[in-house]
Design a protein around this ligand. Sequence first.
Ligand code: NDP
Ligand code: MG
Length: 395
Amino acid sequence: MQSVTILGASGSIGDSTLNVLAQHPDRYSLYALTAHTQWQKLGELCLLHHPRYAVVVEEPGAESLALWLKARGSATQVLSGVEALSEVASAPEVDTVMAAIVGGAGLVPTLAAVRAGKKILLANKEALVMAGGLFTRAVEEHGATLLPIDSEHNAIFQCLPGHPRDCLGGGLAGSGVRKILLTASGGPFRDYPEERLASVTPEQACAHPNWSMGQKISVDSATLMNKGLELIEACWLFHARPDQIEVVVHPQSVIHSMVEYVDGSVLAQMGNPDMRTPIAHALAWPERMVSGVASLDMIATARLDFAAPDTDRFPCLRLAADAARAGGTAPAVLNAANEIAVEAFLRRRIGFTDIPRIIETVMGRVAFTEPGSLDAVQSADREARQQASALVELH
Ligand code: NDP
Ligand code: MG
């Protein structure tokens, strides 16, 4: 019996994870579920799934949830505050932590799970983008097991000969890999001419053609920043250099990514676009278990298309590749500026095409350093957020 904590249980990845876990009550029990503000949703989840603890970061929400659960006879104990996230991620009773908080807020609790040597299922790509060096060193030092949930990275993981920890001592080339082909759907504006992009709305940006996801990652998919963050994420997860990763637009999202070997073989992982597949894969790894995802109908799929990404219309991908090459705190600055810009776009304070403009300006203003500590990462993050917020104010 594995005991599981889900950080970000009230979100889209949280939903998919609970769906998979509920199919295997004999294998998994829930230690804790967490949310930021959505206490009512967390309450419903507690009644259904009976975790030992529920964390609501915001104090008033936690108080309301405690009363609400008590009135319904639930035994789940309610905690509040950011520290509680790290506590339920690192408690000795916990085996596996699903890291599915969105954005930089997930970094500290995810690192707490790493430092406690847990099995970490990483959806929260921003944590790795911000602090990849610290994060991966901590994984090694504390004997944690890091498994990718992001569908592309999970696909790459499945196409590699083993866990990167065991087989990539000599970098990617050490296992005969020539390159990684990171696929991208292209998002809802893939075919939009440049002049239409300035006036697209948050609703249009959040209507992803293939995946149903949280708002922030949906906007990131529309700007291609998601692919940029994933490029940086892949470098850390697979010990790859940015030039060993090629982004390929593949609108059907049936191939989730590919690995090319030196002998010319290209392995692809395919499946319906449903996050329950990578979640079940990582939960059961190295075994396999049922996820509830339907068989892929190849005949109905009929065709698979591929194209190069257009970084003139979608400059975020270029900015992320620049940050990957610059290294140090550059990815943390990129990520922080992006979070502020995306939130401002969702609040209709700025337009869609202002997102890359703000990020590029912030990247030109904040000096990059070599992050030796979490403090250094957090200070780069803070400075970039301040700069980006000031630029939003000008609109
Ligand atoms: P959602 O917006 O649906 O959910 C986010 C979760 O994080 C919610 O539980 C939310 O709580 C919580 N949260 C938000 N802010 C804070 C905070 N400051 N402190 C603590 N908790 C917080 O996002 P997704 O589930 O779509 O994405 C989660 C992560 O997984 C992201 O990093 C995303 O990039 C990644 N991912 C998602 C995929 C998907 O298909 N959805 C695919 C691949 C990766 P509350 O509900 O109370 O606001
Ligand atoms: Mg992805």
